[in-house]
Design a protein around this ligand. Structure first.
Ligand SMILES: Nc1ncnc2c1ncn2[C@@H]1O[C@H](COP(=O)(O)OP(=O)(O)OP(=O)(O)O)[C@@H](O)[C@H]1O
Length: 244
């Protein structure tokens, strides 16, 4: 079967910095791929290119066989890509339910009124925020604001979910809950690309990993293969960037 996501020779420079330099990889439908590498290796830039936040200098991105390269973020959402951000983005003055209904209005086939509210309630429950509909988002703890941001991404009804360090900064108990939640999204059929430094999460969730260093791909394979690759160990796992 054709891959859900096909990234071909993608490039982006900022001034003289080649943030993403000839990056190619594919993501099979229903799989979780980890995008890993040291700080500044180009991972977030790659997510920004796939989600349309910034246009690439060169290369192509195909979703379900159709090019999405250079489309505006709202068009890419409509094609089926949603994301979370490294620094959580929720609307702090609005209730949790209103945060999710606002996102539902941006999907390709929006829902309104009661239908949107019911869907928001279900999505909040899905991410572990059952019964929290009326709570102001600004009152949430760090993990709960991450859960809410995930509900907002799911509200866009994606085929492909991009997670930018969604598991960063969680305590050990929260981390296990977060890993279980992401695993349950995969069981529901979602395809996921996750930028992550938390090695426990990468080991337990990712079918494959793509490793970047200074904008280039240095390894691509099953998680077990990649994490024992001598070049990966030298560039990343031996350094201080990976978290146990
Ligand atoms: N908007 C920008 N303007 C200028 N340089 C940028 C910009 N965004 C990223 N860069 C540079 O591009 C390179 C790749 O950055 P990027 O944030 O993609 O790396 P990363 O692998 O996600 O890092 P981290 O793990 O720290 O989040 C870095 O050298 C960074 O300084």
């Amino acid at each position: 079967m054709a891959p859900l996501l096909d990234v071909v020779d993608l490039s982006k420079s900022f001034g003289g910095v080649r943030a993403v330099d000839g990056l190619s990889f594919t993501v099979k439908r229903g799989s979780i791929v980890g995008l890993i590498g040291p700080n500044g290796s180009g991972k977030t830039t790659a997510l920004n290119l796939i989600s349309g936040a910034i246009p690439p200098r060169g290369g192509e991105i195909r979703l379900d066989g159709a090019a999405i390269t250079g489309l505006k973020p709202d068009r890419i959402v409509h094609r089926g890509v949603a994301r979370t951000f490294q620094l959580v983005r929720v609307l702090g003055d609005l209730s949790c339910a209103d945060n999710v209904t606002a996102a539902i209005a941006f999907r390709q086939h929006p829902l309104w009124g009661d239908k949107a509210r019911h869907q928001a309630t279900a999505l909040l429950a899905r991410v572990g925020l059952a019964g929290r509909d009326a709570e102001p988002a600004g009152n949430l703890t760090y993990i709960d604001s991450k859960r809410l941001e995930l509900a907002r991404a799911l509200a866009l009804d994606p085929k492909l979910l991009l997670l930018d360090e969604w598991l960063a900064g969680l305590n050990p108990t929260e981390l296990q809950e977060g890993i279980a939640l992401i695993a349950s999204l995969k069981r529901d059929g979602l395809t996921i690309v996750m930028v992550e430094h938390v090695m426990d999460a990468i080991r337990s969730l990712c079918d494959r990993c793509v490793v970047m260093n200074t904008g280039r791909k240095i390894a691509d394979g099953t998680t077990a293969e990649v994490l024992t690759d001598p070049e990966v160990v030298r560039a990343y796992l031996g350094g201080a960037d990976a978290e146990d």
